[in-house]
Design a protein around this ligand. Structure first.
Ligand SMILES: [Zn+2]
Length: 267
């Protein structure tokens, strides 16, 4: 049976399709046309199954959102930037405008800074989890004192709580258009748009299943192009689930662990 799966959330923000083509070309006879459609990421008709791969967590920069998708990507995929210091902080009515050592600057709202305090009372860095409760946030908060110390921004709040932000941390989260654009590619691979010459990359099921380097290559291709074809999948029930579990955790749906949809094509 020709089977296609829609995979979502491999990297939290990735929605991509791939198809697994069986070893025996003869069995594609009932769905050759939709097989091409599936390869192009549209799903297509015929008989197909759907399942999802869980993300394993929320997306946040460079941490391991999905076990394979981020840990396997080479370190050079992360955009390296020089360490930046805060050189100046100008306080306005609702924001602190920070100037960095590369002469860029960005305004950060007081409320945002208080909400995102990185001290150990407000933030659990090992778990990348905020401890500070939104209920305790005063949206009209004003700092008692703002200083630049040792290249970092130091904010003291009316209750005496102190927040310190490094230049690097702030610069990565700056609200400027270039910084926001850079954040979208921060630890993510550049996406490749399809052109008329685009040919869907193809891999062999057994190679991806048993060779870690092939799996990495396959994931990189999927991340870049959003679509890939896996060929020569074995003709047995469970082959698709095995493949998905090679990528991550199979996420159950309301219809069960997986389910099959059959579309009867009417001419
Ligand atoms: Zn704090």
């Amino acid at each position: 049976m020709l089977v296609s799966r829609l995979v979502t959330g491999v990297r939290g923000n990735l929605a991509a399709a791939f198809s697994l083509l069986p070893r025996d070309p003869a069995i594609t006879s009932r769905g050759t046309a939709w097989g091409k459609a599936a390869a192009a990421g549209t799903g297509g008709g015929g008989g197909w199954q759907r399942a999802e791969v869980g993300t394993g967590g929320m997306s946040r920069g460079c941490h391991n959102t999905a076990r394979f998708a981020t840990q396997a990507i080479p370190a050079k995929a992360c955009v390296e930037r020089p360490v930046l210091d805060v050189t100046k902080a100008k306080v306005d009515t609702r924001t602190t405008t920070v100037t960095f050592s590369d002469n860029t600057s960005s305004a950060f709202p007081f409320v945002w800074l208080r909400e995102n305090c990185q001290c150990s009372t407000c933030f659990q860095s090992d778990a990348i989890a905020r401890l500070f409760l939104i209920d305790d946030l005063d949206v009209h908060i004003q700092p008692k004192e703002v200083q630049v110390t040792d290249g970092s921004l130091r904010m003291e709040w009316p209750d005496g709580h102190v927040s310190v932000f490094t230049g690097e941390w702030l610069r990565r989260r700056a609200f400027t258009p270039d910084s926001r654009a850079a954040q979208r590619t921060w630890c993510m691979l550049e996406k490749k748009l399809w052109s008329s010459e685009f040919e869907v990359p193809r891999s062999k099921y057994s190679t991806v299943m048993h060779n870690d380097k092939a799996l990495l290559d396959w994931l990189v291709v999927l991340e870049k192009y959003g679509v890939t074809v896996v060929e020569e999948a074995p003709r047995r029930v469970g082959a698709i689930n095995d493949f998905i579990e090679r990528l991550g955790v199979l996420k159950p749906t309301h219809y069960g662990r997986d389910y099959e949809i059959v579309t009867h094509v009417t001419p």
